[in-house]
Structures are given as C-alpha cells and as structure tokens.
Ligand binder design. Structure first.
Ligand SMILES: [Zn+2]
Length: 471
C-alpha cells in the first residue's frame, strides 16, 4: 500500500499590526482581547476602506520563502478569494492566487527532500462564536482576528507516512522561530490541512482532505486515523469518496464535512485596491543578508565547534531555547559534557514535568556549576541527576541543593584510614609479606568498607602497597 500525503500549513505571523490595516495583531498579545476591540473600517469590511500591505508581512514571507529554498517572485500580487460567510464581511479574502510570493522550494526532513510548491501571504477571517453550541441560540462574530497576517506553506504530496509529516511540521515551526516570525509559546496558531490518498494495487483511492489540524502534535494521529479508515474501506471492497473531512482532536477521529469544492467556485480576481509591490534588487539582497543561522546550519556547527554527536546535537536543536541555553553553558564548561547533560537528563526532566526550559527557570550558570562538580568528580552521576531534578522542580541553585541533600562525595584522607587498618590487621600484613597475595585483597576490602565506597579500589590498592613495602 502506497500512501501519499501533502500538507497546506497556515501560520499566524507575529507582526505588530494586521496584514492590510494598522490594527493591532491579536496573535502577539498575551491575552485574548475583548471581542471587536481591535478593528477598523477595513477589517470590518466597511465600504470605501482601502487596504495597504504590511511591510513586515512581506518581509516575513520573503524570509520564509528563502529559508525553504524557494524562488521569490519579483512582484507581490494579491487576489480576492470570493465567498459568502459572516466571518469575512467583505465577502472576499485577500490572498495570493496566481503568483505566490515563493515557489519551487524544498525542505530536507530526515534525509528526504520534501518539495515546497508555494509560500503565499493572506489574511485570517474573523471568528465565529456559536452561543450555546452549534445548534444553540445564534452566532456572534468577533472581528479581532479578521486581517491577522498568515503565511500558507504548501508542499507537494511527498510524504509517505504520518511520521514524516510530523517531522516536517516540527522542522518548519523551528525554522519559523529562528526567523523570528513565530513563537511556540505565543498565542499564534499553526494549522494544517492535509490531503491524503492510498494506493492499493492498481486501484487507487481518491484524495481526501483533512482540515483543521492544529499544532504539530495532532498531525500524526489525524493521518494515522485516515490511513486506517481508508485502507479498511478499500480492503472490504469499498471505495474512498473524494471529500473534505475535519479532524476532531477530542474524539481522535475525522468527520465528513462536505464533498470536494472545485477551486473555480472561489472566483478569484486580482485585488484592484492594492498596488503591485516590487520584490527585487537591494531590498531582496538586504533580506537575504539578514537571514539568521538556521537549524541545519546550526546542527553542522554544533558537530564541528563542540564535537557533539549527531544524536546529541539533534536532541538539543529540537528546541531553540534549549539550543541557546546549551551554547551559554558550553562557553563556560566542557562542551561535550554539557551536551550530554543538556540533551540527556535535563531534557528528560523537563519533558517528564511537561515544562519548557524558560518556564522552569533553570539558569545556564547553574548547569555550569553542576558540570564543574562532575568534572572534579565531587559528585556522582546519580547524585547529579538528582540535583538536576531538584533544579527543575524547586528552581534552586545546585550549590544549595547539594548542601541540603548532602550530594557531594565525601573526601577521606585515604592514607590515614589505611594506616589505621594496617595497625589493627598486623597478621594480614605479615601474611602478605610471607607471600599470601590474597591478604592484600582482604585489606582493600576493609578500606572500601571504611570509606563507604566513595574511594577508588585501584587507588586504595596502590596506596596499600606503598605503605606495606616502604616501612
Ligand atoms: Zn483594521
């Protein structure tokens, strides 16, 4: 059975203002504002209002296009996508149809090249609020969201498994974070529509579109469900209907929405109220120069600069905050030791507590301190793990943690301990001198017991021999 999956992902961008007017963009606000407080005649769709293009939206679109290896259009042209629905009181959405800002790119995911068909700019519609549920008293409209800048990123149907789709989305979101156009800890939403078809033998199933898959975690479940649904239909001799379905994250199922609409129904025309914006020359060069180091480049640098293994570097780079934290620590500690602890126990503890690094309050200098103890062998790996756990759970400096919980290795004056033993065990010493080598093992055993297992057996043996032979 062959599976073909393509994704269309919408990302709300964190620009200060909306796409085509000066109203504040609510996606970047900490709290949901009161309904219809961030509106103006344009985003309310009042007659006579004129749109203008937000430069930040255009800049973000170009940056994302470049990061996804796309060709960039020389002119940004907008279109009207006409439809009648109360969330869009203008009765059309401003989008890009004929000429997307970026096209023909690719993103490498897990060694496989996923082709990017297009990257284009558009606006979000308003939000419908169903009072008392879908069949309740009525519907209210909140136009705060109307005009929120969106990028739509469309792939070719190159994914052959739900896992590939998830890895792609995670990488895409990471790139958007690096480009500074999106933050995972903000209220901005990433939403995907997936199209999926199954091929069993010569008979292929129709393309089904699954809408409204929010975030990066649900995609695998939604596509997994569709594969099971469609393959059981095909196996039982039925056929898959070409339709649009919606993912229900509570029930973990997809539900039929409608038969597939044809594109022509939207009656696209070029938006006559917006002038064509040129995207070329120096402005384009300037944006290209301003591109930050992206996750793939950073990965290669982590291997080279810090000597990390691919697995460790990948684990650290899956989270931008964690990668920044690592670099802070690696500058002041042994980088490989830092890599192992950041990618290992620290990440594990954060995941276990379902808490982000920033939220945990763990500071780079705490980790540097702990790694210093590890390097000086004044703490065992096991106790250092305990200290990391306390750091995350109690937000405390490890200096206080190791004191409070007595986590440091006890230092003994080995020679003093051994002299005491030799004094008491004269017979064993005599036995050893007369050729019974086992007697030495007995003495080593006593010393290990007396030091509570914190001293190295080989060191003890060496010191014992020195004391016995140099009287
Ligand atoms: Zn507005």
């Amino acid at each position: 059975m062959k599976v073909r999956i393509g994704l269309e992902t919408h990302v709300q961008l964190l620009t200060g203002s909306k796409a085509f007017c000066g109203c504040r963009n609510s996606a970047g606000l900490k709290k949901e504002p009161e309904p219809n407080t961030l509106t103006c005649p344009l985003c309310l769709g009042l007659p006579g209002s004129m749109p203008r293009v937000n430069e930040k939206l255009l800049g973000a679109g170009v940056k994302v296009g470049m990061a996804l290896n796309c060709g960039i259009a020389e002119e940004a042209v907008f279109s009207r996508k006409s439809y009648f629905y109360p969330d869009q009181s203008r009765n059309y959405q401003i989008t890009q149809h004929e000429a997307p800002l970026g096209g023909n790119g690719f993103l490498e995911v897990d060694g496989k090249r996923i082709r990017i068909r297009r990257v284009h700019m558009e606006e979000d519609p308003g939000r419908l609020v169903h009072v008392g549920g879908l069949r309740g008293e009525g519907v209210l409209v909140d136009y705060n969201r109307s005009g929120t800048p969106l990028l739509e990123i469309v792939t070719e149907p190159d994914f052959s498994s739900p896992k590939e789709a998830r890895l792609y989305l995670q990488k895409l979101v990471l790139i958007l974070e690096y480009l500074g156009v999106y933050r995972a800890d903000s209220r901005a939403i990433v939403k995907s529509d997936a199209n999926i078809s199954l091929q069993t033998g010569p008979k292929g199933g129709s393309r089904v579109e699954v809408k409204n898959i929010t975030g990066t975690k649900e995609i695998e479940g939604a596509l997994g469900y569709e594969i099971v649904r469609q393959s059981s239909l095909l196996k039982s001799g039925g056929s898959v209907k070409k339709e649009t379905r919606a993912w229900n994250p509570e029930l973990k199922t997809t539900e039929s929405l409608r038969g597939k609409e044809e594109e022509e129904e939207y009656g696209y025309i070029t938006e006559p109220d917006l002038t064509v914006v040129e995207v070329r020359g120096d402005a384009l060069k300037k944006i290209k120069k301003s591109l930050p180091e992206l996750p793939d480049q950073r990965f290669r640098r982590f291997l080279k600069e810090y000597g990390l293994s691919g697995k460790v570097a990948e684990a650290i780079l899956s989270d931008k905050g964690l990668a920044d934290f690592f670099e802070d620590v690696a500058g002041k500690a042994n980088p490989r030791l830092a890599g192992n602890w950041v990618a290992g126990y620290l990440k594990k503890t954060l995941n276990y507590n379902e808490i982000g690094l920033e939220e945990s309050g763990v500071r780079p200098e705490w980790m540097v301190y702990l790694l210093g103890l590890l390097k000086g062998k004044t703490i065992t790996d096991r106790n250092a793990e305990l200290a990391v756990r306390k750091m995350v759970e109690k937000q405390e400096h490890p200096k206080r943690i190791v004191k409070k919980h007595r986590l440091l290795v006890k230092r003994f004056d080995i020679e003093l301990v051994l002299r005491g033993i030799l004094k008491k065990e004269k017979k064993a010493v005599e036995d050893y001198r007369s050729g019974e080598s086992k007697a030495l093992n007995f003495l080593v055993g006593l010393a290990i017991k007396e030091t509570g297992g914190s001293a190295d057996a080989r060191e003890i043996r060496k010191a014992l021999l020195r004391l016995i032979t140099h009287r």
